[in-house]
Design a protein around this ligand. Structure first.
Ligand SMILES: C[S@@+](CC[C@H](N)C(=O)[O-])C[C@H]1O[C@@H](n2cnc3c(N)ncnc32)[C@H](O)[C@@H]1O
Length: 468
């Protein structure tokens, strides 16, 4: 199959492209793992599910599933999709309530003197407008300073969620005492706040959907640099992001981009309704007792709320030695959720001086998480890890932890991708692809050593072949 066709196919799976957060696994990897290693009614657990994409196929093919992550945005993004509210109802709420408000506000904030709508501003760091790009025809207004004068004198207090503090971290370029609102221009802050007030006025059962669209869109209309797109061909929507404000940046029309985002979410909702084989459960007992229920929990992988010896297959992508401090990275999304993130229990190595998250703690935490996975897994069960590591050293540290928590390696293979991750491209002596590693429980596990020789002889899983 030609690459661009392939890319189109991957991109048009609506449940994978509605929110801009990084690290998503391709849908066909999920399909491959679920069909190869699980059977109907199996109980599957992903204790580090983040974007949920690794195990999504389980709820499309009659499996039971527990999705868990410590990050509240993960649970909240995923829940709205599976709630028992039809997409038609949400579409009606959009058309009748929220869209008219957006149209009105867009006209107020984003029309130029001639009444034409502005799609984007090109700004300098001080919020000065250099050029404005008009919505229709992509016409560019040069030296568009002064376009915002219509409303600038109106008193305004941003929604208090924008006052929430960021965690300072020089690697993520977050300075001390930064607040969420510092990533937005005055215009963008006003528009986001007005939109937020409108969403909060909706019925509670509709809010989750429209808030998800809100968080999905927010970075788009901020001062932040457009993140690097597309880690590999199978995940063209995956974004890497950090909190860097360039000297010149593009700021987008909040209402126009929100509108687009809502359409994407509605498509995802419709897709899920048409293809899901399971039901979202209220509690864990329902998942245990039933045939194809699933649940999301915002929980700690070191303390899984599941009975011992009950899970058939664990499929997961654990935190890596030194990559993304997920909760810090998610701060501008989590600011809009009414749950305080559990920073203390996050398994992570962070450069932030505000946190005490070093290498030793990381190793201990990871050990405890795998011990817990060993407890909940049936003796006949499997632990399947996808692991994208930059170094053999990291692989071997992981391997030792798995051995020490009672797991024996069964099989390792290579998932072939088109391009490598930025981290993998930027360093030498790295483990090239994502590995798929299968472990089983063992009373007497032996240590498996990853080395150049082992890696050069790995079986390759080519997702292209699997799709054809
Ligand atoms: C490598 S990511 C998983 C990526 C995911 N497979 C995907 O495709 O998006 C690791 C995840 O572990 C989560 N995490 C870190 N500490 C945790 C803990 N104590 N309990 C549960 N999840 C945790 C992070 O929030 C992050 O989402």
């Amino acid at each position: 199959m030609h690459h661009s066709n392939l890319e189109n196919r991957m991109q048009t799976i609506p449940i994978s492209s509605f929110h801009k957060y990084w690290g998503k696994k391709p849908y066909f990897l999920s399909k491959y793992i679920i069909s190869k290693y699980t059977k109907e009614w199996d109980l599957i657990l992903d204790p580090f599910c983040w974007s949920w994409s690794l195990v999504i196929d389980a709820v499309l093919s009659n499996r039971r599933l527990v999705w868990q992550d410590i990050n509240p945005i993960s649970t909240s993004i995923n829940k709205w999709l599976t709630w028992n509210i039809r997409h038609e109802e949400l579409r009606r709420v959009w058309e009748e309530t929220l869209k008219p408000i957006c149209v009105k506000l867009e006209l107020k904030y984003y029309s130029d003197v001639g009444g034409k709508l502005i799609k984007s501003f090109l700004r300098t760091k001080k919020d000065d407008t250099i050029n404005a790009i008009l919505l229709k025809d992509w016409e560019i207004k040069r030296n568009a300073d002064g376009l915002e004068n219509k409303w600038i004198h109106e008193p305004f207090i941003p929604h208090w969620w924008f006052e929430k503090p960021m965690i300072s971290n020089s690697r993520l370029t977050v300075k001390k005492n930064t607040k969420v609102k510092d990533y937005f221009t005055d215009l963008s802050l006003r528009c986001h706040s007005e939109l937020l007030f409108a969403i909060i006025n909706l019925k509670p059962e509709h809010q989750a959907f429209f808030m998800t669209a809100f968080t999905a869109n927010i970075a788009n209309c901020s001062k932040l640099l457009p993140p690097i797109k597309s880690r590999w061909i199978f995940a063209p929507w995956a974004w890497m992001t950090w909190f860097y404000i360039a000297n010149e940046y593009i700021e987008n029309n909040v209402f126009h981009f929100y509108w687009n985002r809502v359409q994407k979410l509605l498509k995802a909702k419709q897709f899920f309704e048409a293809n899901s084989t399971g039901m979202l459960s209220e509690g864990m007992e329902e998942v245990m007792g039933s045939e194809s229920n699933f649940i999301f929990t915002t929980g700690d992988a070191k303390n899984i709320q599941i009975d011992s010896n009950t899970v058939d297959v664990i499929i997961t992508d654990p935190p890596y030695w030194w990559t993304v401090p997920y909760l810090e990275q998610s701060a501008i999304w989590n600011a809009f959720i009414n749950v305080e993130p559990n920073l203390l229990e996050e398994i992570v190595i962070s450069d932030s001086k505000e946190r005490n998250k070093g290498k030793d703690g990381f190793r201990k935490d990871l050990f405890n998480a795998f011990l817990e996975m060993n407890r909940v897994l049936k003796d006949t069960g499997k632990l399947i890890l996808t692991y994208n590591s930059v170094s053999l050293d990291d692989m071997n540290k992981l391997s030792a932890i798995l051995r020490d928590t009672g797991f024996q390696i069964l099989n390792v293979s290579n998932v072939v991708q088109k391009t490598k991750s930025p981290r993998q491209l930027n360093r030498i002596n790295v483990v090239g692809w994502d590995l798929l590693i299968i472990w089983v429980k063992s009373a007497n596990p032996t240590l498996f050593e990853f080395n150049e020789d082992v890696l050069s002889r790995l079986e390759e899983i080519n997702l292209h072949n699997f799709m054809n």
